[in-house]
Design a protein around this ligand. Structure first.
Ligand SMILES: [Fe+2]
Length: 242
């Protein structure tokens, strides 16, 4: 297949080894980077969980793993750029940590990738978004299509956007791999350009692989190529610089 003209950017994945339920060791991290690189991805934001069940590795441990992976990746894939962020499981305690713990924010900036349990009610998520914004940060709601309250609830998605939060969707949901109703909702969000980021959320090399090109082509064909670039290139690069 013809190579894409654009260099893709994946802003949510669990490729960093030994720190959460993603890559278990350095070899798997490198294998995941190889898959991403072959897929045309040249910028990756590593987002280990900050989650009581999926991963609460210390700041030092995460940073040490990041330096090891970044140095190794520079030897093998010199044109691949790696950055470090977190996927923060929202609780009011975690929100209170944002100001003093810059490692919980994307590249230490003002953007925060927040996630919830799949059964979290809409009003809780809306209050969480308000809370993060009130603290002076911009929430990016991770894989919004995975929350039961999102499906069929167009008003909820519009309200999140109107509050000033960003919305992230997983690439496999765009491609219809998480069921009909999720796909239908995601297509509605894309048609109305409510999605800001599309990412792999890759945890390994089987389920949810670190790939975006198929999704990029799908959106370019079914919706608009500029919008595909917005979600998988322009916006990811923008938050890395802010
Ligand atoms: Fe994730």
């Amino acid at each position: 297949m013809k190579e894409l003209d654009i260099k893709l950017a994946d802003m949510h994945c669990h490729i960093l080894f030994g720190v959460d339920d993603g890559a278990r060791d350095l070899d798997l991290s490198i294998e995941m980077l190889r898959i991403a690189h072959e897929d045309g991805i040249r910028t990756i934001l590593l987002t280990p969980h900050f989650h009581p069940k999926r991963g609460m590795a210390s700041v030092d441990r995460i940073y040490d793993a990041f330096i090891i992976l970044r140095d190794k990746a520079a030897e093998i894939f010199p044109d691949l750029e790696l950055y470090l962020g977190r996927e923060v499981y929202y609780t009011s305690d975690h929100a209170e940590m944002l100001e003093d713990h810059e490692e919980l924010r994307i590249c230490g900036g003002r953007n925060v990738l927040i996630e919830f349990s799949t059964g979290t009610p809409a009003d809780y998520i809306l209050r969480a978004v308000d809370n993060v914004i009130m603290m002076g940060f911009t929430p990016i709601v991770a894989h919004i299509e995975r929350y039961a309250c999102t499906i069929g609830n167009k008003g909820f998605v519009e309200e999140i956007k109107n509050k000033g939060a960003y919305i992230q969707v997983n690439a496999d949901s765009v491609l219809g791999e998480n069921g009909f109703s999720v796909h239908k909702m995601v297509k509605w969000m894309l048609k109305n350009e409510l999605v800001d980021f599309i990412a792999s959320d890759a945890h390994d090399i089987n389920h949810r692989r670190p790939e975006l090109s198929k999704c990029y082509r799908y959106i370019a064909k079914k919706f608009d190529e500029e919008y595909a670039a917005y979600c998988m290139h322009d916006m990811p690069l923008r938050i890395l610089e802010s």
